[in-house]
Write a protein that binds this ligand. Structure first.
Ligand SMILES: C[S@@+](CC[C@H](N)C(=O)[O-])C[C@H]1O[C@@H](n2cnc3c(N)ncnc32)[C@H](O)[C@@H]1O
Length: 237
């Protein structure tokens, strides 16, 4: 008999942003998995889950951060096999992931690989609060009103994608831009979008930083950082 694989969004960092449903699913699961990078550090999802479950109740799945495609694929397959062993004995396996499990999450890849190996496995998700929602809240930013539109993109999609999003949407959220923050800010500045934009790093985690994006000029960003641009703040708005 095949088990159930549930991706549980645990929020961006603040353990209080785990939903009641997410917590119930984690507590009721036969096995709880968290992703761990090959650096071996405690990841954000694990840190949140550890606030509620004992360390001994958590299984770590190794994911390679390196650019070595073969190493990454090997890790995906090993991780999927590790979960599949439990699913095949009919267990419910929860996989905790930061933010929401359907937004740029390792859960998508894990579920896809598990399904390729065993198409009968049931896959479900429990939504989580995203970093963009948390930053809007912590910075007092209204994301959308009336007929305004929102674009969410990773800066890894490229400079031109950000430029197009800024030109086409009232609110733009940029993920995965921390290591190239200077470029993100330059693109925005060129279109008059820096005014009123907010930068949030390590939301809900030690070392959290929420500041006007303009104050980040000349400073380095961090991987766990998000920028929100709104037409209300923009000089072009
Ligand atoms: C792989 S994506 C994960 C997105 C996540 N599933 C979500 O729903 O928000 C990683 C990106 O999310 C954003 N992010 C996630 N957690 C964050 C946090 N605590 N503070 C700031 N940004 C965060 C950053 O832009 C980071 O580069």
């Amino acid at each position: 008999m095949n088990g159930r694989l549930v991706g549980v969004g645990v929020g961006p960092g603040d353990p209080e942003l785990l939903t009641v449903k997410g917590l119930r699913v984690l507590r009721e699961a036969d096995e709880v998995f968290v992703p761990v990078a090959d650096t071996g550090e405690v990841g954000r999802a694990e840190a949140t889950v550890r606030e509620y479950l004992g360390e001994g109740q958590i299984r770590r799945l190794l994911f390679a951060l390196s650019d070595d495609i073969e190493a990454r694929e090997r890790n995906w397959t090993n991780a999927a096999q590790g979960v599949l062993d439990h699913l095949q004995s009919g267990k419910t396996c929860a996989f905790a992931t930061i933010g929401d499990p359907n937004v740029y999450s390792t859960f998508t890849y894990l579920a896809r690989t598990v399904r390729e190996m065993e198409p009968e496995v049931e896959v479900e998700t429990v939504p989580g609060i995203t970093a963009l929602q948390d930053l809007a809240s912590r910075s007092g930013t209204v994301l959308l009103e009336a007929d305004e539109r929102l674009a969410l993109l990773p800066f890894t999609a490229g400079e031109e994608s950000l430029r197009e999003a800024l030109a086409g949407f009232e609110t733009v959220v940029c993920y995965k831009g921390g290591s190239r923050l200077g470029e993100v800010l330059r693109v925005a500045e060129g279109g008059g979008w820096l005014e009123g934009a907010v930068y949030g790093a390590r939301l809900g985690i030690e070392g959290e930083d929420v500041v006007p994006a303009s104050e980040m000029r000349g400073r380095e960003g961090t991987y766990l950082s998000t920028v929100i641009f709104t037409s209300r703040g923009a000089t072009r708005g």
